[in-house]
Design a protein. Structure first.
Length: 256
């Protein structure tokens, strides 16, 4: 087919119409058959450009290395529970984090009337991730309102705080969190991609048992009653047992 242009710089309408029709067909075909778009290296069909960053993940579980143990009253940095945070692909920023405590009896907004104060979230190296804050005055909730950055890999996040005098010996404390709702506005630090913390069910830490300062002193059955002949040197008259295993803290004698 030969097209004769009688005037210079004049677009021949049939050729233009065919070109427009071809583009329309390709556009419609790409909607029906997306694989056609792969033929073109440029974003001809307004296809989404793949992100160079994969979507990061955030998963929370109980930290078994934060053992169930006795905790003292009125002592700073008592362990309240531990959580293992696993991050993939890139660091994740969590804007607001909430934990819940199994027992609470706060009675006012003043810290002195709240059960647990000076609460911090620290990592396995002792670095403070968030806090200190106090437990809510109206419910057993601990809220860290500041952003926390979790690096790629595993972070042991440990709750620590000062337990108030409302707790009695043998009371128990169990911390928990539901990541899907309690770990809020989580995003990739580099990509800005939204992250859905997992799981959607509560994650419960090991239980801590409150123990006030207690020391039990008893006489050992050894040595037994006996008759001795004097003189004697370095003779053992009696042995005493000092037992603080039921205490929530170490006990020191300044006078004996």
């Amino acid at each position: 087919m030969i097209i004769v242009m009688k005037q210079p710089n004049k677009i021949v309408i049939p050729v233009l119409a065919v070109a427009i029709l071809g583009i329309m067909l390709l556009f419609i075909g790409s909607r029906q058959f997306p694989q056609l778009a792969a033929v073109f290296p440029f974003n001809f069909f307004n296809q989404a450009t793949p992100s160079p960053f994969p979507t990061p993940t955030l998963s929370v579980s109980n930290d078994t290395n934060t053992f169930a143990q006795n905790v003292g009253v009125g002592i700073p940095d008592q362990p309240l529970g531990g959580f293992k945070v696993d991050i993939t692909d890139e660091p994740v920023v969590v804007r607001r984090t909430v934990f819940r405590i199994s027992r609470w009896a706060g009675s006012a907004s003043a810290n002195s009337n709240q059960d647990i104060t000076d609460i911090k979230l620290v990592d396995q190296n002792g670095t403070v991730l968030a806090g200190p804050v106090a437990i809510s005055a109206s419910s057993p909730v601990i809220t860290f309102p500041t952003p926390i950055v979790y690096p790629v890999g595993t972070t042991r996040a440990i709750l620590k705080g000062r337990i108030g005098i409302d707790y009695a010996t043998n009371d128990t404390i169990t911390a928990s969190t539901t990541p899907s709702v309690d770990w809020m506005q989580a995003k990739g630090q580099q990509s800005g991609k939204l992250v859905m913390p997992a799981p959607s069910s509560p994650v419960t830490a090991n239980t801590m048992t409150v123990k006030k300062a207690v020391l039990s002193i008893s006489v050992s059955p050894s040595p037994i009653s006996q008759t001795i002949v004097s003189p004697q040197t370095q003779f053992t008259f009696a042995n005493y047992h000092f037992d603080a295993t039921q205490s929530g803290e170490d006990i020191r004698f300044t006078h004996w």
